[in-house]
Ligand binder design. Structure first.
Ligand SMILES: *[C@@H]1O[C@H](CO)[C@@H](O)[C@H](O)[C@H]1NC(C)=O
Ligand SMILES: *[C@@H]1O[C@H](CO)[C@@H](O)[C@H](O)[C@H]1NC(C)=O
Ligand SMILES: *[C@@H]1O[C@H](CO)[C@@H](O)[C@H](O)[C@H]1NC(C)=O
Length: 385
């Protein structure tokens, strides 16, 4: 179903994105490094969507002024995924990443399309870019590379949208991202009876939702994957194909589940991880809630989760929180914590800001230090709205 991929990669994103031109003037970010930005006082009982908005306002106020740039610099503003409100459509579907051939190495024989290259890279690097000092910066670079490929290779004119975790927590199927409408990323999977999922390194049991099978509606209806699964959390998902050279065409499965969302996507959790800055550990809580507990199925596979394109909207919101945290905590904004292996297994050295974030066949690789400031260089030029 390459058409579906192409359709979503370009059509859905085109309806969400927008570009904002900001005049960038003032002093460089370094001069503000030693001061903490004013943190907003947010009541943990506040609605999390409103709390996020308060944080956004604080971030916008605290955004470091800039050195004047040559001319006016275009800033790509990533927009929240609210397809219905923005509306519109795009005919460039056939040019999407899924109709372009893979540029990956021969060992990635499973990768058929350009989209698959992103999945294969993520699989290949799984054990170093999760639960490690590379995690935040690598995923920032990865989502940025995806967005850039859509623009440069598919003629996409928009910017990367994000899925607002904190909205629609009571019923994920009502989210504009997942409601199955023409501008969504497709709806839930077909109902397949299964005995829930085991997330959190198989320690946490999650009862099944009302899906589990192939995506049954919207632009991604019956969309397929080529790679994996590697580490399925959902009961019955498989068989496991632990080899990037083995092409394994099958539909992407989903089991949308609001079970954990109301428990995890709360203002208190947002503040713990975001304002009080217990990251990267607490970030992981919010992070896996989206993958494992809410979208589920293919998206809950630590290795091949990018098979479900919702991956990129999920990680864009995650990156937005990282971005907010950096601006509100300038003293920590350029720090790296952790080693270069998943939970330090096997034991490894600490990551440093000079470590290269491998983008393989997907795009150019950059050191971690180039990913800290989204307005700081040529490689990233974006803010979140
Ligand atoms: C990643 O790719 C390299 C180079 O092809 C290969 O040596 C390595 O085994 C791969 N790792 C995984 C986990 O696929
Ligand atoms: C479903 O899985 C849970 C967790 O592994 C287990 O405790 C339970 O017995 C299973 N139920 C059935 C009906 O298989
Ligand atoms: C790695 O980082 C930890 C935490 O910051 C620190 O305690 C440890 O000394 C570092 N290890 C090396 C070899 O620098």
């Amino acid at each position: 179903m390459y058409f579906s991929w192409a359709f979503v990669a370009v059509t859905a994103l085109a309806t969400f994105g927008r570009v904002l031109a900001l005049p960038l003037e003032g002093t460089p970010v370094e001069s503000r490094q030693d001061s903490e930005a004013a943190l907003p006082k947010i009541d943990p009982s506040m609605n999390p969507v409103d709390a996020l908005q308060e944080l956004q306002s604080a971030v916008e106020e605290a955004m470091p002024p800039r050195e004047p740039q040559q001319g006016s610099q275009e800033v790509h503003a990533r927009y929240r995924a609210c397809a219905k409100r923005l509306g519109g459509s795009d005919q460039a579907g056939e040019k999407g990443l899924c109709s372009l051939p893979s540029k990956g190495p021969e060992e990635w024989g499973a990768a058929q399309t350009r989209y698959d290259d992103f999945v294969a890279l993520h699989v290949n690097l799984t054990l170093s870019v999760h639960g490690s000092g590379l995690f935040l910066a690598w995923h920032r670079a990865f989502v940025w590379s995806y967005e850039t490929a859509l623009r440069d290779e598919c003629g996409y004119k928009g910017t990367q949208p994000y899925w607002n975790w904190f909205a629609d927590t009571e019923d994920l199927t009502k989210s504009p991202v997942f409601d199955g409408s023409d501008t969504s990323l497709g709806g839930d999977g077909e109902l397949v009876q299964h005995n829930g999922s085991l997330g959190g390194a198989r320690h946490i049991y999650l009862p099944s939702g009302a899906g589990g099978g192939c995506i049954k509606s919207g632009p991604f209806k019956d969309a397929s994957a080529s790679i994996g699964p590697f580490n399925p959390a959902m009961d019955g998902l498989g068989p496991v194909v632990l080899d990037l050279s083995v092409y394994n065409p099958r539909c992407i499965q989903r089991d949308l589940n609001s079970y954990a969302m109301g428990r995890w996507y709360t203002t208190a959790k947002l503040l713990n991880s975001e304002v009080q800055g217990r990251y990267p550990d607490q970030f992981l809580g919010l992070h896996t809630t989206g993958h494992h507990y809410s979208i589920n199925s293919d998206n809950a596979d630590l290795y091949s989760s990018p098979n479900d394109p919702a991956f990129f909207l999920h990680h864009a919101l995650f990156d937005r929180l990282y971005w907010m945290h950096q601006i509100l905590h300038p003293a920590e904004a350029r720090e790296v914590a952790g080693t270069v292996t998943l939970q330090d297994r096997p034991p490894s050295r600490n990551a440093t800001v000079e470590d290269i974030l491998d983008m393989g066949a997907v795009s150019e690789s950059h050191p971690i230090k180039d990913m800290f400031d989204t307005l700081g260089g040529d490689s990233l030029c974006s803010i979140y709205l």
